[in-house]
Design a protein around this ligand. Structure first.
Ligand SMILES: Cc1cc2nc3c(=O)[nH]c(=O)nc-3n(C[C@H](O)[C@H](O)[C@H](O)COP(=O)(O)OP(=O)(O)OC[C@H]3O[C@@H](n4cnc5c(N)ncnc54)[C@H](O)[C@@H]3O)c2cc1C
Length: 338
């Protein structure tokens, strides 16, 4: 069993957790970071690495994966220790006032304060209920697009009616041999601009609209897909010759073990005091998508500000009795880690 001691444990290495490492470091607090995924970046890296983000201050646009790389670079001077591929399962308060946490692989972490930056919890895609789909996952069925180029020249079927389905249909139609968009009705939940682009691509034959249809079955062998079977609500079926299926039915939000830690919750979110990101349990803070308060905006930039608030509040716990002198980064520079 591996055991570590540190100032702060951050649960979640999404964009907000990564920025919290920097903010903690600027206040001379050391961090360990645990993530259930085997890489940093949370939703940005796992769900839309090659999509441009337009609302990160000072970046007119930046690819999601590039943002993750820059956040890692910004955190690097503070030498954070990452524990990937493990989920924090247990959290308990010790008599000393410190926290003891245990992960799914048995790592034990002791710390003075906890920052939960767990996004929508240990997230996973909503899987369509198709018999035998597991055999195709990772070979012909993907729940996210890691690299657009992987789909060049392929016959791709995208299923779903939200932003992800529409945006990827538009984007991938530039390089696929054939692109089907399967949806159970002819209305899509997407930006009006995307809806117009989609219509233009469908009119020009670049995208074949398969509506109103839903997924019915998969055909192929050894994980290699040959066709996707779709059906109308009345049960009439047809086959689409396809190499790849991309089902985009959103994320399953599952708080997982976090729900058992005695924190005040509001439907899968942790309620916090907005000014400090403090949860109902002193010493535990929550930031980013998982944290909620009145009029919360679930945006990366809100999470960044919450990371700063949480770290300033945590400073008083990590360094009790020490006077705190507020300094701009232009004055302090980036402090050296001991
Ligand atoms: C397609 C798409 C486009 C988007 N576009 C934008 C945009 O343009 N602008 C914008 O501001 N936002 C956008 N968002 C939202 C943005 O991605 C989220 O607001 C952001 O990722 C939240 O960051 P986070 O660090 O709070 O959580 P996440 O990115 O969700 O990361 C949380 C991490 O915590 C880990 N975790 C959870 N529970 C545990 C546990 N118990 N133990 C260990 N690890 C755990 C997860 O594995 C995950 O890696 C978009 C989202 C999607 C899906």
């Amino acid at each position: 069993m591996q055991q570590f001691e540190t100032d702060i444990v951050i649960i979640g290495a999404g964009p907000v957790g990564l920025f919290a490492i920097f903010e903690a470091g600027m206040l001379k607090m050391k961090c360990h970071v645990v993530d259930a995924l085997d890489m940093a970046g949370g939703q940005c890296a796992a769900l839309y690495p090659e999509k441009p983000i337009y609302d990160i201050p000072a970046y007119p646009h930046i690819m999601a994966q590039e943002l993750v790389e820059k956040l890692k670079e910004q955190a690097a001077p503070f030498a954070p220790i990452y524990h990937f591929g493990q989920r924090v399962e247990k959290v308990e308060k010790l008599e000393t006032g410190d926290w003891r946490m245990e992960t799914s692989t048995g790592t034990v972490l002791r710390c003075k304060a906890i920052i939960i930056a767990a996004g929508c919890g240990a997230f996973g895609p909503n899987r369509p209920p198709l018999t035998g789909i597991e055999a195709y996952e990772g070979k012909s069925v993907f729940y996210m697009v890691a690299r657009r180029e992987d789909f060049r020249g392929k016959r791709v079927a995208i299923a779903g009616g939200g932003d992800s389905a529409v945006d990827w249909a538009i984007s991938l139609s530039e390089l696929t041999q054939k692109l089907y968009l399967i949806h159970r009705r002819d209305k899509f939940r997407c930006a009006p601009e995307s809806a117009s682009k989609l219509k233009a691509l469908a009119d020009s034959g670049k995208i074949e609209m398969v509506v109103p249809y839903q997924l019915h079955g998969l055909e192929g062998a050894n994980g290699t897909l040959s066709s996707v079977v779709v059906a109308t609500l009345e049960g009439a079926t047809k086959k689409l010759d396809a190499d790849i299926l991309l089902p985009f039915f959103g994320l399953a939000m599952e708080l997982g073990p976090i729900a058992q830690w005695g924190l005040n919750l509001d439907i899968n979110h942790i309620t916090v005091q907005q000014s400090t990101a403090q949860t109902s349990v002193p010493g535990i803070f929550a930031i980013g998508d998982i944290a909620t308060y009145e009029n919360k905006l679930k945006l990366i930039l809100s999470g960044f500000a919450e990371a700063a608030s949480a770290c300033h509040a945590a400073y008083k716990i990590v360094h009790p009795g020490e006077a705190f002198h507020f300094e701009y980064s232009t004055t302090s520079g980036v402090p050296k880690v001991a």
